[in-house]
Design a protein around this ligand. Sequence first.
Ligand SMILES: Nc1nc2c(ncn2[C@@H]2O[C@H](COP(=O)(O)OP(=O)(O)OP(=O)(O)O)[C@@H](O)[C@H]2O)c(=O)[nH]1
Ligand SMILES: [Zn+2]
Length: 352
Amino acid sequence: MSSETFSLHQLGWQPEYAQHLTLADFEAGYPARVMALHRHALLVMCSRGVVSVVLPHQLIDTDEGIAVGDWVLVEHEADRVLRLLDRQSVLVRIAAGGDHQRQSIAANLDVLFVVSSCNDDFNASRLERYLALALDAGVTPVIVLTKADSGHDVAAYVASAEQLMPGVPVVAVNALDGASVSQLEPWLASGRTVAFVGSSGVGKSTLANRITGEATQRTSGIREADARGRHTTTAREMFPTPSGAWVIDTPGMRELRLAAAKPELGAVFGDIEALAAACRFRDCQHDGDVGCAVEAALLAGVLDTRRLANYHKLRREALRVQQARHEQREHSRQFNAMAKQAMRAKRERLGR
Ligand SMILES: Nc1nc2c(ncn2[C@@H]2O[C@H](COP(=O)(O)OP(=O)(O)OP(=O)(O)O)[C@@H](O)[C@H]2O)c(=O)[nH]1
Ligand SMILES: [Zn+2]
């Protein structure tokens, strides 16, 4: 049990999480927030502090699994998870390899800081990809451009980033300087949950360490016995900031394989989708046809080639993911039907 305790409100609790809970649920258990996952156990925080709880098998095998940041209902006096509560948002990783398995990485995030830097690593297409991912997850994106101290033309980078999606704030910071990083404070109010995504080396850890203010708590875990009775240390993956916000920093965040699950990219590429809607060709792919409204915008210099190419690329990827998921579902449906039939045949043979 950790010494620090937080009220449910401070842990980020919102009435919406209780939407599908009944009075009986509340009598059976109490809500707690997942701080880390550890094979068959979870490290959760409730109003009494950190507790290690058991995760029943049927909950391990849910569609996308439980993630850091999730709210669960824990059985009174039993340290056992009863159920997963409805999520406000969830960041999903698409597994590498052919099956496109979706895996939850972080849940109930309020803000996703999309990090790039004010140098040659700045990549508009990658930022658009992260923006699509955030919106797909139901999280508000904020673009953070680090290395504002690197001597490059910061204003030009900020202007480029601001063009990507109207309404998304862009903040340029020197992650090594506390005063500069304090620009992120508006998104770090008590009970809010945030995470950082971005390429390796852009300064995600530096920022996360800076805003949590304490490097030591990242390594402090609690010792618990695993299934074989061995003691292992479970490191927490959700850290409080001095202002009362929470930072989710899991290894999974780092290796986020980026693919939006939905091909609707309109939130990020509203300009292109508006052009497409205005295109006079009915079944146009808006991919270079003469007379196409999108093509006309390209020629007029209103739309840049890079942005359009990235839009098509992200759409193709999302469609592939959707297609693979569909095939997977179809496959398991057929398999289940077959298994059922085999069982029935066996019962009939045995005359039951
Ligand atoms: N000058 C300067 N250096 C920075 C800034 N942000 C990060 N750095 C440096 O950049 C290097 C990489 O920073 P990290 O925070 O480790 O980057 P990361 O995004 O966490 O990288 P991964 O862990 O590989 O994903 C470190 O040496 C930092 O000190 C900044 O704003 N200005
Ligand atoms: Zn068209």
